[in-house]
Every structure is written in structure tokens, then in C-alpha cells.
Design a protein around this ligand. Structure first.
Ligand SMILES: [Fe+2]
Ligand SMILES: [Fe+2]
Length: 292
């Protein structure tokens, strides 16, 4: 049974990470829809706006409620996020609210020993419920896109594997929220396995999105694919925290380097820097989990 303090800080730790992730999935979808499906792009934009509203609430409620280490872990924003958001807005015309990123810089950390009242718990519980609702309909939306694409009724500029990936992320977040709302101590026993699989997916997607002339980047991404494929075959059972942590740190560095290269226009790819910064934050979230 999760006590109030733990329920509040854990909820906000997860929400601050995941709500941004969901909002960015909406941006990636919107920017990948061909003109004939304008309506779907609009729907994606509406999801983005709804997540932005909940994101603003989350940032406000998280003030003073999240440990310093979580805030500094690079899972919520990185040194690239603001520039990456700016680039996406300039290059796609899709509005990306950078004020929210700047608001995140000012979140005060949790004071150890802080006591929260029942009203704060109620506020967090309500926030979780709103996010659960929205994420359930967003998961349905993603699932329809995926089904239509694999049956060739729809074409997008996202790999089907990527649509499947972002659908699985939404479903995982729903699982996490349900566990939190049930005040379960362990949010999810498969969470680590889930992120190992994700790191493998990221390496595969990146490998396929670099320009064919970027041989070095392609080769490094391909090495990560090999590494994670081997890891997933071997780590189905045992605890290998140290090894997982080391691999996650390496892929995090590669994602950071790629993001910087994209922002500085020194790497050619059909990925936006916000996409790779997103993957970077997901790696940092995983690293944070392995370290806590
Ligand atoms: Fe994601
Ligand atoms: Fe991901």
C-alpha cells in the first residue's frame, strides 16, 4: 500500500515524464500524416493541445513534490529540448509550446520530510484520472492508425514498428497509472524489461532514419541493435543491473550526440532533433530507474 507522500511524489515523477512523451507522440504523428488525411492530423493536434493543458497542471502540482535527483536526471528535459522544439515548430509549422519547457526549469525540488495534506492527494488523484482518460483515447487513436497502416488503408511517414512502439508506450503508461491509482507499491514488475525492449526499438528506428550517406551513424546504431538483441536473449531471467545501466548510458550518449548534430545541421537524417531528444529522455528515464 502506497502512503500518501510516496503516492504523490511517484505519481508526479511519472506524470512529468510521461505526459510530455505523449504530447510529443502527437506531434510526431501530426507531422507524418499525408495531406489526404488532414482530419487525422487535426485529431493528433487536438491530443497535443489536451496533453499541453494537463502538462501545465502537472508542472504546477509538481512544484516542491519531486526529488532533486529526478529533476536533474535529464528525463524531463535536456539541454537540447528547447532548441529542438524551436526547430520543429520552424520546420513543420506545428505549434510547440516552449513556455512549458521553461516552466519546467523552475520546478522547486521536494524538501525531504515534507508533509502533504489530503487536498494535495486529491489534486494528484484527479490529475491521474484526467491523464488516464486522455491516454486511453490516445491509445485507441494510435491503435487505429497502426491497424489501418498495416492493412494498407493508410500511409504515414512513421514506420509501423514506430506506431506499434508508441502504442505500447501509451499502454504501459496506462498500466503505471492504474497501479498508482490502486496505491500499489510496485508500479510494474516488468518495467525494466519494457525499457530494454524500447532501447532496442530505438536503435532499430534510428538505424533506419539516418541518411544513407551517414555510414558512421548507421553503423553505430546497428551496433546498438546487435547489443540489445543479444542482451534481450540473455537477460530474460537474471538481474543484470550494472550491465543494463552501462548499455543505457552508452545509447543515451549516442542519442545526445545525434540530437546535437541534428540541431547544428551536421547530421543528415529524416528524424527531427525533437524525435532524438525524446529518445534521449526515454533513455535517461530508464537510467534514473536503474539508479534508484
Ligand atoms: Fe516515446
Ligand atoms: Fe520510445
Amino acid at each position: 500500500m502506497l502512503q500518501r507522500e510516496k503516492y504523490i511524489s511517484m505519481s508526479l515523477e511519472y506524470d512529468l515524464f510521461w505526459v510530455r512523451i505523449m504530447k510529443e507522440h502527437a506531434i510526431f504523428i501530426e507531422s507524418s500524416i499525408p495531406p489526404i488525411h488532414e482530419q487525422l492530423a487535426k485529431q493528433a493536434d487536438e491530443f497535443k493541445q489536451q496533453y499541453d493543458r494537463l502538462f501545465a497542471d502537472t508542472i504546477r502540482i509538481a512544484n516542491g513534490a519531486i526529488p532533486k535527483e529526478a529533476l536533474q536526471s535529464g528525463q524531463y528535459y535536456t539541454r537540447f529540448t528547447e532548441a529542438a522544439e524551436h526547430a520543429v515548430q520552424q520546420l513543420t509549422g506545428i505549434e510547440v509550446n516552449r513556455n512549458l519547457t521553461m516552466m519546467e526549469y523552475n520546478i522547486e525540488p521536494l524538501n525531504p520530510g515534507s508533509v502533504f495534506d489530503a487536498q494535495k492527494e486529491q489534486e494528484v488523484s484527479l490529475l491521474n484520472e484526467y491523464i488516464l482518460n486522455l491516454t486511453s483515447s490516445f491509445a485507441r487513436f494510435k491503435s487505429e492508425l497502426l491497424n489501418n497502416q498495416i492493412s494498407c488503408r493508410l500511409f504515414t511517414f512513421l514506420y509501423s514498428a514506430d506506431l506499434d512502439h508508441i502504442l505500447r508506450e501509451a499502454l504501459k503508461y496506462i498500466e503505471v497509472l492504474n497501479a498508482l491509482q490502486a496505491r500499489n507499491d510496485t508500479v510494474d514488475s516488468n518495467y525494466r524489461q519494457f525499457w530494454n525492449t524500447n532501447m532496442s526499438d530505438h536503435a532499430k528506428s534510428m538505424r533506419g532514419l539516418f541518411d544513407p550517406t551517414e555510414t558512421d551513424y548507421f553503423n553505430i546504431a546497428n551496433q546498438f541493435v546487435g547489443l540489445y538483441d543479444a542482451l534481450m536473449q540473455s537477460s530474460a531471467s537474471g538481474m543484470q543491473n550494472a550491465e543494463d545501466l552501462n548499455d543505457a548510458k552508452q545509447i543515451s550518449e549516442f542519442k545526445a550526440k545525434t540530437t546535437q548534430g541534428l540541431i547544428e545541421c551536421k547530421v543528415r537524417a529524416i528524424m527531427s532533433p525533437l524525435y532524438t531528444d525524446h529518445l534521449l529522455r526515454e533513455a535517461n528515464h530508464y537510467i534514473y530507474l536503474l539508479q534508484t
